[in-house]
Structures are given as C-alpha cells and as structure tokens.
Write a protein that binds this ligand. Sequence first.
Ligand SMILES: Cc1cc2nc3c(=O)[nH]c(=O)nc-3n(C[C@H](O)[C@H](O)[C@H](O)COP(=O)(O)O)c2cc1C
Length: 277
Amino acid sequence: MENTPNIYAACFSPNGLTCQLVQQITHHIGHFIQVQTITEWNFTLPSKRTTPLQAKENDWVIVGLPVYASRLPNLLLPYLNSWSGNGAIAVPIVTFGNRSYGNALIELKELLEAKGFKIAGAAAFVAEHAFAHNLAQGRPNSLDLQQADTFAEDVYKRWHAFPNHLPSITVPGIGAPDYGGYYQPLGEDGSPVRFLKAKPVVTKEKCRNCEICANVCPMGSVEKGNFGNVIGICIKCNACINACPTNARSFTDEAYLSHIRFLESHYASNKAKNELF
Ligand SMILES: Cc1cc2nc3c(=O)[nH]c(=O)nc-3n(C[C@H](O)[C@H](O)[C@H](O)COP(=O)(O)O)c2cc1C
C-alpha cells in the first residue's frame, strides 16, 4: 500500500553489537506501528554501501553506529551524507565501550536532520569495547535490552502524541562544526600515543586460510589468499581479530597496546549507563 510505512534497521557494526541494539529497537517500534516487514539495512561491508538509503515521508529509520574516538567513524560520513530523509522519522543510536560517547550522538542527530529526517528520539547504549573485552563485558545484557524496549515504546508514544509536530530532542555534547574534535588516545603512562597506521598481524601457523577475516573487514582491506596482508585502511574495529576462529590475528603495535592498558586501568570498573533522549 502506498502509505504503509517502511521501517529500516540501519546499522554499521563490525562486531555486531550495534546491529543487535538497532534490531531490538526497530522490532519493538515495528510492533507498535504495525509494519508488515522490517528492512535490514546493514551497511557494515563495503558492498552494502553502494546504494544510499532514500526514505519516504512516512518511513521510520533506526540508525546505529559505534562511537570511535568520541565521534562517528569518520570514513562512514560520505556514505551517511548520501542518504535522503524526505521528512521520514529517524532514531539515532550510538554504542560506546564504557569510556564516553563524546559528541557522536549529537553528530549523528545533526547529520540526519541535515539530510531531511525528523528525530523522534535518540540514545547512547553501552556495548562491550572491541579493543578490550573487560570494558563493558557482556553488554548489552538483558537489562540493556529491556531498556531498549522501553526506549522504543517511549519514542513511539512521543511520535503518536504529536505525529505532525514532533517536539525537538536535545542531546548533550558539542555540535557543528567540529563536534569537539577526535579523542586523543593516551598510553599507559597518560601521555598521547598514535597508532593510526597499526594493522593486525597473522600468526601463520594458526591461520587456516578460512577467509573469515577478509569477509568481515568493513573496509575490504584484508587481501584474500594472503590474509596477513592488510592492503587498505585499518580502522582498528577488531572485527577480523574477534571473528578469527583460531585466534591467529592480533595487534602487536606497542602504542596501540599501551592505549589498551590505559583503557583497562581507567575504565574497566566504570559502570557506564545508557542515556536515552
Ligand atoms: C576504533 C575504535 C574507537 C573507539 N572509541 C571509543 C570511544 O571513544 N569511547 C568509547 O566509550 N568506546 C569506544 N570504542 C568502543 C566501541 O564504541 C565499541 O567497541 C562498539 O560499541 C562496538 O560496536 P560493534 O559491536 O557494533 O562493532 C571504540 C572502538 C573502536 C574499535
């Protein structure tokens, strides 16, 4: 039917947690607005970022990305900027690994508004840190998923009360033009470290040439057949390391490892909370 809204679960999620939360929220909202189908719009892999999302006026788009260095992953911005909202409803979601979501949520909200979406709610959820499993380990847990359902219901109710005049949503943080810049990683001793060029290495004896690493890399940077060779950009998402069935991949870059030790000593015992708007 012409006016039946489409509801999109749109996510970038190298390790799967952001998509898990987006799907939870999308299915719950979909239940209230009685959509027949949910369109999965998982744009993690490069092959899925060739078509821009073009929403129609009555559509809903739940959009999730992980926080990288207190901001949205910068290499995703050109793709997000190719989208058109056409007055559709959007719900920006970011996930963060126990430290801080910085200015990523306001960045995503403002980007979606600039693309012509209307914002019905926004949230930052805690998710296990891809660098270090003891940061927010096991999150999102069952309580987080319950909170995601409550959030979805609240967003629906807000829209239902004012379908044509959604109240404006305020989220904390520094907005345009620079969103506070990117977080400067610190090493174990608290001094700045740089590891932009670090890439995972492969222990040859452990590698079974299964290709999983190449198939999960969101930048398409792992060379097929020569899996130790990272030919393109590495965004340090850790998808290849976490997906490797034989633990053959790891980072050995000392600056990167020192930053992980810094994070573990400062944020492992942090009890970060989800923030819902
Ligand atoms: C490159 C990189 C930078 C990150 N920066 C931050 C950060 O600034 N603050 C924070 O709390 N978590 C940070 N994290 C943790 C991620 O937000 C967390 O791993 C993410 O929620 C995982 O999402 P995914 O499972 O969908 O990949 C970072 C993770 C990566 C890989």
